[in-house]
Write a new protein. Sequence first.
Length: 329
Amino acid sequence: MHDAVRWGILGTGKIARVFATALKDVPGAVLAGAASRSQDKAEAFAQEFGAPAAYGSYEALAAAADIDLVYVATPHPQHAGNALMALRAGKGVLVEKPFTMNLREAEQVVTLARSRRLFLMEAMWTRYLPGFQEVQRIIASGEIGEVSQVVADFGFTANFGPEHRAFNPELGGGALLDLGIYPLSIATALLGPVAEIKAQAELGPTGVDVQTGFTLKHEGGAISVCSCSFTARTPCELTVSGTRGHVRMNTRFHHAKSVTVMLEDGSARTVDTPYIGNGYVHEAIEAQRCFLAGLTESPAMKLDDTLALMGVLDEMRRQIGLVYDSDRV
């Protein structure tokens, strides 16, 4: 059991449940504890997922001696504070996206982790999926030629009330931070750092964006065209195009079970890319691999990449006029 990693989960909401479910399929993973601001909620969650300990405060879990890695699954505006708290307690941390509300907060978290030489990673789970890794392999092979464009969308009809976190500015609501971050992260991983940004949005009655479109020019000249929406059920596909053809992450690229290559000669082939469990398994495996190897960050989602993406999100929000309380500090 020396390779077992003892996880603690902060939060008991939807994403916490998804991650706790994933841990059941992760070799060597042990869910050692769960925390909520309500002892009753923590106990119910711990009982459901087989955790031996339930904590009625996030601080108590962070201070627990038998926790190696903390997964931050709280609402967006709490990510920075919770990550700082866990790092101060000497824990490695996996922070659900968006990593923080803005670049200023992200820099605080990264600076502390680096000064303490502790593991820290953004939970951008799609970067670890077999489908995305197959796309990277196809691009590297030169099969579709020199790549210069990514087109991606992520949208669904959010039939929630205005108080739901998706629309609540106090909870970091809005399509960009919730959905747009997915195509942004993958486009940047494939095409490189962002040099220029153009964003437009439709703001809803609560003041957050209900849909946003953005075009990025990457260093080297490549272009990505992306959109996210809470008002349209979009195909959720991601296509990477080069001089000889394109590769598409099929139907819900963040859950792609296959990718299709189409070349200039009309030929096409589809590669099955199944993932383990609910898909979140792969990021947990990577976090454990890095932690056990003594790494302080994942080479597939470097902290400098996370900081750069938070800077891009800040500029997009500036262009569309979306301001959160976290920005006013």
